[in-house]
Design a protein around this ligand. Structure first.
Ligand code: SAH
Length: 343
């Protein structure tokens, strides 16, 4: 049996066609599931009884199970799921006025070992299936009250481009106009910058955010060992190579760590590195955890760093820290996993 949440509309059409079913039925089913939240063939009243019986023998609707929800003071909610093998998957739902962002995981654990990130401490456990990525959205949907998901960010546990095939398929499903209809402008892939996999991503299909986190090679290598494979210059060259993207711009993320990468000299080096590159810079004050020994710079240092960039005509934004009281901030996901697996 095929898990319905693993397949794109095109795949559904071709599976159905192979069984002699007209493709327009695929579109009807897709709408029921993704737009009318009806993952139950018996309730798809515009399909014949025979067709419903056939479809029931072909597909199942398998979602990750919600084990626990934890609410933050700021209105965010962290969802703890168990995947098909019982492994822990975390997502964070962040409602704001007029928009809501869902932060999804793409792997259990991560191979990248970034020094400041809790998920890196877990090490790599496994890739998430397409149905587990899309499934986080579908499982959370009924728990959102009046809110609608307007933005999706692949910034939870894992490195999206280390699971690129499943991530690209999940994106296609989430953006499908007959499905979840998430706009490509509101769907962000955040990556450490695996340049070879980046080339597989059509920058028109998703917003790209690249985690730079340092302005020099030695500092970046210390923080992100992947810098040995994909150094800063390669990332900058990749973005320059994208050429004219109209009004769209790649975002560079920069985690701010006290006395590591937060000085005015660092700001100067960053401005030099990114000179002439059309981009946005997202400054992310470090979120603390019991598993990391870094500290966040004070507000004045962050402001000074930001002003330096703005004065040189960069778009530089300081990202609001959300959900940090529940271990749901950037780089905090996976604490529960570590607690559960402590020897
Ligand atoms: N692997 C992807 C996506 C997950 S991390 C990536 O690296 O981009 C999402 C963002 O959170 C990245 O920009 C990362 O640098 C940042 N981040 C990781 N740990 C953090 C922490 N402790 N505090 C603040 N930001 C952190």
């Amino acid at each position: 049996m095929t898990n319905f949440f693993d397949i794109t509309l095109k795949e559904l059409e071709s599976i159905m066609e192979n069984r002699g079913i007209k493709p327009y039925h695929a579109r009807q089913v897709y709408k029921w599931v993704y737009q009318m939240d009806t993952a139950d063939f018996d309730r798809m009243t515009n399909l014949s009884k025979d067709l419903r019986t056939t479809l029931k023998s072909m597909f199942l609707f398998g979602l990750p199970r919600i084990n626990e929800t934890i609410a933050s003071k700021d209105g965010s909610v962290k969802f703890l799921f168990s995947g098909h093998d019982g492994r822990l998957i975390e997502s964070v739902f962040m409602p704001e006025d007029g928009r809501s962002t869902l932060c999804l995981s793409t792997q259990v654990g991560c191979k990248m070992s970034c020094a400041f990130c809790v998920t890196g401490r877990i090490g790599f456990v496994r890739d998430l299936a397409v149905s587990e990525i899309v499934g986080q959205v579908m499982a959370i949907k009924p728990h959102m009250g009046e809110n609608r998901i307007t933005n999706v960010v692949l910034m939870g546990m894992g490195e999206p481009l280390d699971n690129v095939d499943n991530v690209l398929k999940a994106i296609e499903i989430m953006e499908e106009p007959l499905g979840l209809k998430i706009s490509h402008r509101r769907l962000t892939i955040s990556t450490v910058g695996l340049v070879d996999s980046l080339r597989l991503v059509d920058p028109k299909k998703a917003q790209l955010a690249i985690s730079l986190n340092a302005a020099t090679g030695p500092v970046r290598t210390r923080l992100m060992p992947i810098n040995r494979v994909y150094p800063l210059q390669d990332l900058v060259a990749y973005v320059k190579g994208l050429g004219d993207m109209g009004r769209r711009r790649v975002t560079f993320e920069y985690v701010m760590l006290k006395e590591i990468n937060d000085s005015l000299e660092d700001a100067r080096l960053l401005a030099e590195l990114l000179k002439g590159v059309r981009c946005k810079i997202n400054l992310i004050p470090y979120n603390e955890s019991p598993y990391g020994s870094f500290q966040s710079p004070d507000d004045a240092s962050i402001k000074r760093f930001q002003s330096y960039l703005i004065d040189r005509h960069f778009t530089a934004i300081v990202r609001d820290s959300r959900a940090t009281d529940i271990g749901g901030g950037c780089g905090q996901l996976g604490m529960r996993y570590l607690e559960d697996h402590r020897q």
